[in-house]
Design a protein around this ligand. Sequence first.
Ligand code: ADP
Length: 362
Amino acid sequence: MAIIEAHDIRKSYGNLEVLHDVDLSVREGEILGLIGPSGSGKSTLLRILDLIEPPSGGELSVFGIDAVEERGRWLDLRRRMGMLFQRPIVFNASVYDNVAMGLRYRRARGADIDRKVKEALEAVGLSRYVRSRATDLSGGEQQRVALSRVLVTEPEILFLDEPTANLDPGSTATIEAIVTSLNREAGMTVLISTHDLMQGQRLAHRVGVMIEGTIAQTGPSREIFHEPTDLRIARFVGVQNIIPGRVVSRREGLTVAEARGKQILSATPPPGEEVEMVIRGEDVSLHRREPGFEEAENLFPATVTAIEPTAPFVNVTVHCGCDLVALVTARRAETLGLHDGMQVWVSIQAKAVHLIPRSGAG
Ligand code: ADP
């Protein structure tokens, strides 16, 4: 069941259109990641879905209630949701009071407050700081205080807006583990925005990619990484090889595309004649000797033209008519004895060559 349903959402600030044509359906109990470059509209969309501000147009229903028509019910709806922001919001008071604040606003009973605050601090691993001054804690701990303030109110939907952007890796891992367990154990629906692709991949069941104010693609992160539907998404997800080519024929269920006279086989049905071949660097394998056809449908001799370490991997550029970048482990590069000018063989499976139409691809 959809817990949030947004259709054709628009948002403008003055003359600046920040969101347009946003369609999104969030299922109850899922973790949905919103990824996209900075400025693509992720925070704005979260603020709209969380009913912090209204859209300029479009349809929005939250918990099955029409949020555009029923502005009078916003406060009730908002009480069923919680938002954690990028910068931890803590007050110059004890950790206990910081967390209890959320409940006091809701006029909870004293005994309930005490129990819930202690449970929430336990859930984020901060029980021992209950009497500490919140502002004395580290950034990561402050963010956990802010998270427990949200959790005491037992939200049905948790919104996280770049919650770990300012945190060290240890605190990030802690916050991620808490979010995962809230979802698994309490079935909490989670929407998280992040510019960190890896975080989106680690946490989210499904990812929406925001590009220039709209959701350009939604799907499991594997699909977004390997089968981006347009060039902007391919660039954002860090595809190393985007090669313009043209489809020349079909052969044994595969598409034959040509780039600079070189024929490359792809398992993608032709999306048009003019295409971009999208190949992730880790799908380009290098060999010292010619491998057999069973290794991959695409096999080319090539020359190594550049080797760039990006620990623990190495970006290796090879020339084989066109330039290709292979991402290999540092260990594999050493085993192969790679060096500039070296002759190698390149293999790429047809299913690793994803084709997108070239026209209108930005
Ligand atoms: P992201 O979260 O993806 O970085 P934002 O939603 O924060 O993107 O911002 C998207 C665009 O909207 C940016 O160009 C930003 O400057 C603009 N924007 C966001 N909030 C406001 C606002 N309150 N007033 C004017 N412009 C805004």
